[in-house]
Design a protein around this ligand. Structure first.
Ligand code: GAR
Length: 202
């Protein structure tokens, strides 16, 4: 994988994209800064598709540069895609990590970073892709769901799977309790997967 890596030196530079509360981003920040945890990455920026979200506030509190590329401020999806591709390129990241970013990335972003964008998703893909994975799993009545980290391609949660962990659905689970249990597993899975990719990179 040789798409515009920002540097050949460790730690590898990552930009994280978020749309909401950013608890998974927080776990990436905490792991990077915890000397007891071996990490091979540095978060050099956090981007979002809207302002005033807790995910951006978490980055700002940690002293990480932030940016917003809001599709509502673009006249078309093509223009938004172009603007996001440019902002991401400014940082020359080795990897782009979508951690609760609730937008489909466009062709210009994907072309800039081929096989260099990963996403974490709260289901065992290919089951329950899309924005409502937890509710869809509950509605379907599955007894086991989980989380997936995968390479982003042009489909909706269709890219090559890098890692998965299963999580049992308990009787009495609602959307909130199940999502929180999935996220507990998801945080570690994402950190471990990023570390693995960054180590393989060197
Ligand atoms: C995570 O569960 C992530 O997998 C999910 O949003 C949550 C973000 O949590 N992403 C998707 O559903 C993408 N399809 P957070 O805001 O607490 O980090």
């Amino acid at each position: 994988m040789t798409a515009e890596p920002g540097t050949t030196e460790a730690p590898r530079k990552i930009v994280v994209l978020v749309s909401g509360t950013g608890t998974i981003l927080q776990s990436l920040i905490d792991a990077e800064r915890d000397s007891a945890v071996a990490t091979d990455y540095k978060i050099i920026a956090v981007g979002a598709d809207k302002p005033d979200i807790e995910g951006l506030a978490r980055a700002e509190r940690a002293g990480i540069p932030t940016f917003v590329v809001n599709p509502l401020k673009s006249s078309s999806r093509v223009e938004w895609d172009q603007a996001l591709a440019e902002r991401l390129s400014d940082y020359r990241p080795d990897w782009v990590v979508s951690a609760g970013f609730m937008r489909i990335l466009g062709p210009q972003v994907l072309r800039k970073f081929p096989n260099r964008i990963i996403n974490t998703h709260p289901s065992l893909l290919p089951s329950f892709p899309g924005a409502h994975a937890i509710d869809d799993a509950l509605s379907h009545g599955v007894k086991v769901t989980g989380c997936t980290v995968h390479i982003v391609d042009s489909g909706v949660d269709t890219g090559p799977i890098l890692a998965q962990v299963a999580v049992s659905v308990e009787s009495g689970d609602d959307s909130e309790t199940l999502h929180e249990r999935v996220k507990q597993v998801e945080r570690k899975l994402l950190i471990d997967t990023i570390n693995q990719l960054c180590t393989q990179d060197q």
